[in-house]
Design a protein around this ligand. Structure first.
Ligand SMILES: CC(C)(COP(=O)(O)OP(=O)(O)OC[C@H]1O[C@@H](n2cnc3c(N)ncnc32)[C@H](O)[C@@H]1OP(=O)(O)O)[C@@H](O)C(=O)NCCC(=O)NCCS
Length: 173
């Protein structure tokens, strides 16, 4: 992701299907304030645009849980694990399997190119599309938790590095 992608990110964050789960309907200045430091490498969450047939359709980010220790402790994520979040921004591109494909490729080629032992995500348990997309990407659900200050549960989705390398779900990569 580059600074020139921020207007696109802002448009996607406004859309109801994204806002329902990301809760960041920011104006452009707010998006630049939050995401600009990530693009510049100041905040250790790494931002990427998802392209499909050369068109930007969404974004995906990863980070080391060791940089977000309070949150990680609530999940039981080990310091060597990473977190990944994504959204398909373009409404007409939902439900085509792009999310699971992006997860598989991104985790194999980008996240596991680093010394990362596992990927741990904590989707809202009501987000059935997200749960299914993670499952299709090879994640397993290990438990349900409730984060401090939240009024809903989250499922802990876990993808072990070793499991991922041997899992047949990756044979087409
Ligand atoms: C979650 C998300 C990344 C999944 O990507 P995707 O490309 O839509 O995923 P898929 O096409 O594989 O669909 C996943 C599941 O969603 C369900 N689904 C598909 N279309 C749907 C629709 N119109 N309404 C509700 N659920 C639908 C299906 O159960 C599907 O699984 P299936 O293929 O086994 O039937 C994407 O939907 C998204 O960006 N949603 C909004 C943001 C978000 O929730 N991000 C994740 C949490 S931070």
């Amino acid at each position: 992701m580059r600074h020139s992608d921020l207007p696109l990110l802002q448009r996607w964050l406004q859309l109801p299907h994204v806002n329902a789960w990301w809760h960041e309907p920011l104006d452009l200045a707010g998006v630049a304030a939050k995401y600009g430091p990530r693009i510049d490498g100041i905040v250790p969450t790494h931002m990427f645009v998802i392209e499909h047939d050369g068109r930007a359709v969404g974004w995906i980010q990863w980070y080391r849980w060791s940089n977000y220790a309070t949150h990680a402790a609530q999940l039981g994520a080990e310091p060597s694990a990473a977190g990944v979040d994504l959204a398909i921004g373009e409404v007409e591109m939902l439900g085509r399997g792009i999310g699971p494909s992006a997860l598989r490729l991104f985790i194999a080629r980008v996240v596991f190119a680093h010394d990362v032992s596992a990927v741990v995500c904590d989707p809202d348990e009501r987000n059935t599309r997200s749960l299914r997309a993670l499952e299709k990407a090879g994640f397993v659900f290990v438990r349900t938790i409730r984060l401090q200050g939240e009024a809903h549960d989250r499922r802990i989705a876990w993808l072990d590095r070793v499991h991922y390398i041997v899992n047949p779900v990756n044979q087409d990569m």
